[in-house]
Design a protein around this ligand. Structure first.
Ligand SMILES: Cc1cc2nc3c(=O)[nH]c(=O)nc-3n(C[C@H](O)[C@H](O)[C@H](O)COP(=O)(O)OP(=O)(O)OC[C@H]3O[C@@H](n4cnc5c(N)ncnc54)[C@H](O)[C@@H]3O)c2cc1C
Ligand SMILES: NC(=O)c1ccc[n+]([C@@H]2O[C@H](COP(=O)([O-])OP(=O)(O)OC[C@H]3O[C@@H](n4cnc5c(N)ncnc54)[C@H](O)[C@@H]3O)[C@@H](O)[C@H]2O)c1
Length: 451
């Protein structure tokens, strides 16, 4: 028998948890369904544990910069505190009891299980059927995509999920995929002593970001001893019980561990979305400005393909919640999506890259400045690699995109994100006073070069 409630949330990633809690707090009857851990990928296998690992790895790198600046250091990496911090502080040993209680304290009801949409307003989980009188909200995220490389299936390769449960840094590691996950984890493990090779199919690392940014990061990684192989794919993978052998067109790489970080996949068919008239052959759902994908069905987070970031999932959650509550609210805007890849240097970016702007026939004007030659970069010395790149719509006179690579590229991004979001005239930005000597003064130089 079907039980009627106001809202059923399927998948409790960051956005699903937020929307379910907001609606329950507003007095609606809400059922939140999660097959694994409430909170999703970010707190258990993503953002939080990876950034704990990176924080520790960056401390090692900074200590290694002491010679030449401040004396001598002897750096002996120990992964144990990282593994312990991830287990105890970040994930409570991959237990979501606190998150479940946080949700049920809002008045929501929690069901553990793998849900399927079975028709308009209908969701089935573990033999129970719920009828959602107001809305179904989908927030089922993504899973690691595993490429069809000969010999790979069945080997004990890592995805981000295993990598972030590691107790020790491996002696050696091959990383397939030079995107955000691949590079963040590759550099972190390398700083703990792993011998790391990164294999990226595209011609540049971080293919969605500016080539100038990728070049800086690639230079730093090779400078730190990582092998970086771009424009190549693995032809085959073998595992002999002790180590992996990855065959590239021109060489073989052998390593204790293999991390597959080649992107993410969705399975809309398994969710039963054909029962509400949605095309399940697609990779992503296409929501309208209020996150509706069908009558009474909302989708938020990575599965919408608008940017696989926790801040996107949370942003869309707020819009969906307001819509379900019948409140007025601005519809979603994606012209100023900020993103930060937490390598060292960090790659902060917002809006369009030059290539994306040109593909949209925007009359583009760009400028690039180098951080090491800025006053702060010169003072900073070791570890000062970075750039600022601005992309201006020359006709309209405002920035449509910007990238800040540097020791704190993610923080430098904030002013640039304001400029792109609010479409502030470049002329007005040029009149700003930029504090001396900050890294973001490089933005002033770049603005000067634009004209
Ligand atoms: C290693 C790594 C590092 C990252 N670092 C960052 C970062 O620094 N900053 C950032 O913004 N983003 C980062 N991300 C991305 C971020 O984790 C995701 O964008 C974020 O988790 C939002 O995803 P989501 O809301 O779509 O749902 P997810 O977090 O993917 O959660 C979806 C949930 O739905 C559940 N589910 C799926 N199907 C069903 C079903 N049928 N029934 C019930 N439950 C179901 C899943 O078990 C899962 O818990 C990182 C990701 C990874 C992997
Ligand atoms: N700091 C952050 O915000 C952060 C960190 C990690 C992940 N994320 C999110 O998670 C998403 C997934 O991350 P990801 O790094 O897995 O995906 P990604 O799509 O960013 O990168 C995957 C990379 O693998 C490459 N690739 C694909 N097939 C390959 C193959 N067979 N061999 C070698 N390379 C191959 C792709 O060209 C691409 O560069 C990202 O899109 C990002 O939004 C965000």
């Amino acid at each position: 028998m079907s039980e009627t409630v106001d809202v059923v949330v399927v998948g409790m990633g960051p956005g699903g948890e937020a929307v379910a809690a907001q609606l329950a707090e507003a007095g609606l009857s809400v059922v939140g369904i999660e097959s694994r851990l409430v909170g999703g990928e970010c707190p258990y296998y993503g953002c939080v544990p990876s950034k704990m690992m990176i924080r520790a790895a960056d401390a090692l790198a900074e200590a290694r910069r002491v010679p030449g600046l401040a004396g001598t250091t002897e750096v002996r990496p120990d992964f144990t505190p990282v593994a312990k911090r991830i287990r105890d502080e970040a994930t409570t040993d991959w237990d979501d009891q606190a998150a479940v209680e946080r949700f049920t304290a809002t008045g929501g009801r929690f069901v553990r299980g793998r849900a399927r949409v079975t028709g308009p307003g209908r969701v089935t989980v573990e033999g129970q059927e719920f009828t959602a009188a107001k809305a179904i909200v989908l927030n089922t995220g993504t899973d690691p995509a595993v490429p069809p490389i000969e010999g790979l299936a069945g080997t004990p390769f890592w995805t981000n999920r295993e990598a972030l449960q590691a107790e020790q840094a491996p002696e050696s590691l091959v990383v397939l995929g030079g995107g955000a996950i691949g590079l963040e984890l590759a550099q972190a493990f390398a700083r703990f002593g792993s011998a790391v090779d990164v294999v990226e199919l595209a011609d540049q690392l971080l293919p969605v970001e500016e080539p100038e940014a990728a070049e800086v990061v690639g230079g730093v990684l090779t400078g730190e001893g990582l092998g970086v192989h771009t424009g190549v794919g693995a032809r085959a993978v073998r595992y002999d019980g002790e180590a992996f052998t990855v065959t590239l067109p021109d060489r073989e790489l052998r390593a204790e561990r293999l991390l597959v970080a080649t992107g993410r996949s969705t399975d809309l068919a398994a969710l039963g979305l054909d029962s509400v008239g949605l095309d399940t052959d697609r990779r992503f759902l296409e929501p309208d400005g209020h996150m509706r994908v069908a009558e009474g069905v909302y989708a938020i987070g990575d599965m919408t393909g608008k940017g696989a970031f926790t801040h996107m999932s949370m942003y869309q959650a707020g819009i969906a919640a307001r819509s379900i509550l019948g409140q007025d609210g601005k519809s979603a805007e994606y012209h100023a999506v900020p993103r930060v890849t937490f390598t060292d240097p960090e790659v902060g970016a917002v809006g369009l890259t030059e290539r994306q702007a040109r593909e949209r026939d925007i009359p583009v004007r760009t400028a690039v400045t180098e951080l090491p030659s800025s006053a702060r970069g010169w003072i900073h010395k070791s570890g000062n690699e970075g750039i600022v790149k601005l992309v201006e719509d020359a006709e309209l006179g405002f920035l449509v995109g910007a990238t800040a690579v540097g020791p704190s590229g993610g923080e430098m991004l904030s002013g640039l994100a304001v400029a792109v979001h609010a479409q502030l005239p470049v002329e007005r930005l040029r009149q700003m006073i930029f504090a001396y000597p900050t890294f973001h003064r490089a933005v002033e130089d770049a603005l000067g070069k634009l004209g």
